[in-house]
Design a protein around this ligand. Structure first.
Ligand SMILES: C[C@H]1O[C@H](OP(=O)(O)OP(=O)(O)OC[C@H]2O[C@@H](n3cnc4c(=O)[nH]c(N)nc43)[C@H](O)[C@@H]2O)[C@@H](O)[C@@H](O)C1=O
Length: 333
């Protein structure tokens, strides 16, 4: 009898991490999930997972900035999924040091722990933001890196460290680069929950920042499957490589508002509020994924189109119990 594989997940209490935790359990893993202690809630979204899932989850409190807690998390794991990060782009202009501490030093701590333990696989999380405004679309992994925010720079720093550990120590790292992921449990600060929340509150004129940027919105359950796919693919196909995870679709923020209105059966007007604009030249204007490499290496393909994913997301945010959780402090920035 083979032992149940143990996956260790940083950022498990967050948006994508909680969906990944569910997907790992559904595919036969035990999960050691690291949740960051905070004064609102210890276990974030992990608290909301079903008892059947939680039966297979060992929750440890820790922080990627603390090498000791990362070492404890990684011990004995068959695969480590590193998702913990500060993710809010606007806040990175105000608190860049925090982003370097968590996204660069935190990643270094994970790499060191994996190296010391000889963990068979590390899946490191990058972001489409590292490409900056697309020079050519769709964006392949060979597109130049152009970091237009401290957030993007901190994530690219983590990516470079991951590459260097593979080159220097043969650390078995795979880098997954998700494009804009959305869905249930996403922070209300992100654009899709912001719009759904305004409509649900009875607004018919939606106020946002820049309406022109285009994005490749990818449903969170598809992103979670992309993590699983690179976590279990044969090493020779994925280790030492970077993979985009996105649908290849493209929609502007303005058109997205109209589409959410359609899904919610509500006609919407939209207004730009210049206080929400990002600093000059910092907004990434265009991101569209070419995920051919991921599909060829693992067979991954998204199972939800934008309308289907938005419908699931609207259902989640319409449930008062879910909305109440945001008010009691379960959120991720
Ligand atoms: C891949 C990437 O994905 C996320 O970053 P994000 O792109 O900021 O995500 P979003 O879905 O909130 O914005 C999409 C677009 O919508 C624009 N936008 C306009 N007006 C508002 C507005 O009023 N609010 C927000 N939140 N966005 C707005 C905004 O400027 C952007 O062009 C992070 O998780 C990040 O960690 C990450 O790596």
């Amino acid at each position: 009898m083979t032992a149940t594989p143990l996956a260790a997940v940083t950022g498990a209490e967050g948006f994508i991490g909680s969906h990944l935790t569910e997907a790992l359990v559904a595919s036969g893993h035990r999960v050691r999930a690291m949740a960051q202690y905070n004064s609102f809630s210890s276990y974030g979204w992990l608290e909301t997972l079903s008892p059947d899932v939680l039966d297979q989850v060992e929750i440890v409190l820790g922080d990627v900035r603390d090498p000791g807690s990362v070492r404890g998390l990684v011990e004995g794991a068959d695969c480590v999924y590193h998702l913990a990060a500060l993710i809010a782009i606007p806040y990175s202009y105000q608190a860049p040091h925090s982003y370097v501490d968590t996204n660069v030093t935190g990643t270094l701590n994970v790499l060191e722990a994996v190296r010391a333990q000889g963990t068979p696989r590390l899946v490191h999380t990058s972001t489409s933001e590292t490409y900056g405004t697309a020079r050519t679309v769709p964006i392949t992994e060979d597109h130049p890196i152009h970091t237009q925010s401290p957030y993007a720079a901190s994530k690219a720093g983590g990516d470079r460290l991951a590459d260097s550990y593979h080159a220097s120590f043969d650390t078995p790292v795979v880098t997954l680069r998700p494009f804009n992921t959305y869905g249930p449990r996403q922070s209300m600060r992100a654009v899709i929950p912001t719009v759904i929340g305004q409509v649900a509150a009875g607004e018919r004129t939606i106020t946002l920042g820049d309406l022109r940027p285009t994005r490749d919105f990818t449903f969170v359950k598809d992103t979670a499957q992309a993590f699983l796919a690179v976590g279990r693919a044969p090493a020779e196909r994925v280790v030492g490589r970077t993979f985009n995870a996105g649908t290849g679709g493209e929609i502007s923020v303005g058109d997205l508002v109209a589409l959410i209105g359609k899904v919610m059966d509500t006609a919407l007007d939209v207004r730009e509020d210049e206080r929400r604009l990002r600093p000059a030249n910092s907004e990434v204007m265009r991101l569209v994924a070419d995920a051919t490499r991921l599909r060829e290496a693992t067979g991954w393909a998204p199972a939800h189109d934008l309308v289907q994913g938005l419908a699931h997301t609207v259902d989640f945010f319409r449930d008062p119990a879910n909305l109440a959780r945001y008010k009691t402090g379960i959120y991720n920035i």
